[in-house]
Design a protein around this ligand. Structure first.
Ligand code: ADP
Ligand code: ZN
Length: 726
């Protein structure tokens, strides 16, 4: 039999590989295939799961044509998702196969789970009634179906007792669905009484959802103004229309309180989606989203690639958050791609933040987004009183990092039995260790970065590649004992200083390297919210969305930290982060204070934080970007060339540069060493593209890289459209 004789037609199949286009496969006669079908196909020596794509398969010589080996019993990937995948691939200059891969992240979910065998009473009586049998019958009396083992366990009998009853016909077998039915959120469940200002905004959002069609809204409201309460109304409206909803959150694994809050409002929890989820759980959610059983997902950025078939609203909470940017394989910003997804699906998207990104503000100013504002906190709760502490005038004690003014405020807060948050965006004890005798500095052998001392772990750790080594007693360079000194503070060192000043206070350190991982962090966050700590010393983890009712003082240890890296986005980012951190204070109406330690109190960021007036700050930032033609007024892309050796990386970066074509609205800058010149043993060079808004930067890059010599050896090229730092 010739191989083509039993093939009906040829279809394109997108495989989860760095493939630039779908591959052609034959459809065996009788196999039912449609665009979106999830199939298994042979690829090289293996088999992989792929998606039947749109259009015709490319012609392949019959002798080379391989066929689809299996169609999964699973809803096809919707047309909107296929279009979205193509769009993201095109925009990010990534192989579409690698984008499709993100939508196929739950392989075990492609086949339905087999039904579970259950048992149910028939009404027949057993021949003899033993005490064990009586317990079983009493439990099963209400007619409910049980699994064999579940009933045995509940009745405290061995399963042979159940088997005996089945044999006598007292129980019969039935099939139970493998998937428990998911509790459905009820739009009318716990509807809040909104304030008139909130209601006006909610009404507008409901109207937009009701009208249907694409729209983008920037929900701009101060911390505690009720943004969540208000966008829940849009969620309710979408649910009433029978649509699915996606809520994106930057740190969903740590904001479990959000799930409870959603439960209070809708009577059921949303499905959760993030990378810390157990594989079984992920597979369940993936399948239930595809089948439409799950109506609302609260997820991290990757939730954007779930196979929703009836998606009708996306909310991006904390839309300014850098965590929305993925910088691995496919470089994308989930905030921006949410807007694209909404446009493709023809439904509304809501971007919420107390400190919107400059891009979103400009989009609103230029009429692309509608801006809805909630200017005051709910229930007349006052914003914290923010003051700058000029560290030149109020210096800390020698060896310390906390100024007398901040220490005094902490002491008063303790006396009132309220909580203090001290914020420093630096893990560990000290960012640099040096030898006082010879000046030796401990540096990572794989990265261009210092090793950070972690005193609890008694290690020097690289925060870029994870390399760690024990902290020695003697200098490895000059051999002198006991003259290694820590330079600068990390959260551990601040906690030590606090212990010294307030030995009786209960102090908690909160940072992502806490032993015990996400679980432990969740417990600590809960403990803080319950008032089980007096002072919290934390990194940016504490900034995101938590509600600590007793927190009335926030101290920023080093407000200048993020400003010095030469990145044009540094001021915006610092403002957003510090505003969000100080916004943790006074959420429940107690008088609250934010104290900002800075050496440059006259800096526009500090002035904006202190005055609470962000408008002037944003206007100035926007103007600077406009003048420099930087995003969103111009376009940027960065191309990182990395390799195992510096000459390889630099050599290829130069070859690539030489292959660049001249284009009127695109400048190619570099190559230069990347801001992190070495990471995890790879040397990095960067080419930066700066273009006008009109320029088709993607087509330019595609043509360029196609023309350039292929990377050889260990050389790797990463393309980052709209890079975070520039
Ligand atoms: P944001 O998302 O803007 O920070 P939230 O929606 O979290 O604000 O609201 C802040 C606090 O005020 C929350 O505890 C919330 O439950 C409460 N709140 C806001 N609006 C209302 C309302 N209309 N009725 C009752 N509580 C509200
Ligand atoms: Zn390293």
């Amino acid at each position: 039999m010739s191989p083509e004789s039993n093939i009906e037609r040829v279809v394109p199949v997108m495989v989860p590989m760095p493939a630039e286009r779908p591959y052609s496969y034959g459809v065996p006669v009788g196999m039912h295939i449609e665009p979106g079908s999830i199939v298994r196909v042979p690829l090289g020596p293996r088999e992989v799961a792929g998606v039947v794509w749109d259009g015709e398969g490319e012609l392949v010589p019959a002798s080379k044509l391989r066929r689809i080996s299996h169609v999964f019993d699973c809803p096809p990937l919707p047309a909107e998702m296929r279009k979205f995948i193509d769009w993201v691939a095109n925009y990010t200059v990534s192989p579409p196969g690698m984008v499709a891969r993100m939508a196929l992240r739950a392989p075990a979910a492609f086949d339905p789970e087999p039904p579970v065998e259950g048992i149910r009473l028939t009404g027949l009586q057993p021949d003899r009634l033993t005490p064990a049998r009586r317990r079983v019958l009493e439990l099963a009396e209400n007619g409910q179906a049980w699994t064999r083992s579940g009933l045995a366990h509940a009745a405290g009998v061995s399963s042979s007792v159940i088997d005996g009853l089945i044999e006598q016909g007292v129980f019969e077998h039935i099939d139970l669905p493998a998937q428990p039915v998911v509790a459905q959120p009820d739009p009318g469940f716990g509807r809040a009484q909104l304030t008139p200002e909130q209601e006006a905004v909610a009404a507008r959002l409901r109207e937009k959802v009701g009208q249907g069609g694409y729209s983008a809204t920037l929900l701009d409201g101060v911390t505690g103004s009720g943004k969540t309460e208000v966008y829940f109304e849009a969620v309710a409206a979408a649910l009433e229309q029978g649509r699915q909803v996606l809520i994106l959150l930057p740190e969903i694994a740590l904001t479990q309180a959000f799930l409870d809050r959603f439960h209070d409002r809708f009577g059921a929890r949303p499905a959760e989606w993030h990378s810390d989820l157990a594989p079984r759980k992920r597979e369940k959610v993936w399948r239930q989203v595809a089948e439409g059983q799950v109506r609302v997902v609260a997820g991290a950025r990757s939730a954007l690639f779930l196979p929703f078939s009836e998606l009708g609203l996306i909310v991006v909470d904390e839309e300014h958050d850098p965590a929305y940017k993925q910088e691995d394989r496919v470089f994308y910003n989930a905030r921006d791609m949410s807007v694209v997804r909404a446009r493709i699906g023809n439904f509304p998207v809501i971007l919420a933040s107390a400190t919107p990104s400059l891009e979103s503000r400009v989009n609103a100013e230029q009429g692309r987004y509608e801006r809805l504002v909630l200017p005051v906190r709910f229930a007349q709760v006052a914003m914290p009183d923010i003051r700058a502490i000029d560290m030149r005038r109020s210096p800390p004690q020698p060896g310390g990092f906390i100024s007398p003014a901040l220490l005094e405020a902490i002491s008063q807060t303790l006396a009132r039995k309220e909580q203090t948050l001290l914020f420093l965006n630096r893990r560990g004890y000290a960012p640099l260790t040096l030898c006082r005798v010879c000046g030796h500095r401990f540096q990572c052998e794989n990265c261009s970065s210092w090793l950070v001392e972690h005193r609890f772990r008694k290690q020097l750790v690289c925060h870029h590649c994870g390399h760690h080594e024990p902290r020695p007693e003697a200098c490895p360079e000059c051999g002198t004992l006991d003259h290694l000194v820590p330079c600068g503070p990390g959260v551990e060192r601040i906690a030590e200083e606090i212990d010294h000043h307030f030995p009786d206070a209960r102090t908690i350190i909160l940072s992502s390297d806490l032993i015990g991982g996400v679980k432990r962090l969740r417990l600590e966050l809960e403990a803080i919210a319950n008032g089980e700590a007096d002072i919290v010393v934390g990194t940016q983890l504490v900034a995101k969305g938590h509600n600590f009712p007793g927190m009335t003082l926030v101290g920023i240890i080093d407000a200048d930290l993020g400003l010095s890296n030469g990145d044009p986005r540094a001021a915006e980012r610092t403002f957003q982060l510090l505003h969000q951190v100080t916004g943790r204070a006074g959420r429940t109406g107690l008088k609250s204070t934010g104290l900002i330690q800075t050496y440059q109190p006259e800096h526009p960021v500090m002035k904006a934080l202190v005055s609470g007036d962000a408008e002037a700050f944003y206007a100035r930032e926007v103007e600077e970007r406009r003048r420099a033609g930087l995003p969103p007024f111009g376009r940027l892309a960065s191309i990182i060339v990395s390799a195992g050796t510096k000459p390889e990386a630099e050599g290829y970066a130069r070859e690539l540069r030489r292959a660049a074509a001249h284009a009127p609205e695109i400048d190619v800058l570099g190559p230069a060493e990347a801001p992190m010149a070495m990471v995890a043993g790879r040397h990095r060079f960067r080419l930066l593209l700066h273009a006008s808004r009109r320029a088709d930067i993607q087509s330019y890059i595609r043509a360029w890289t196609a023309r350039a010599p292929k990377p050889r050896g260990s050389v790797r090229v990463q393309i980052d459209i709209d890079p975070q730092s520039f």
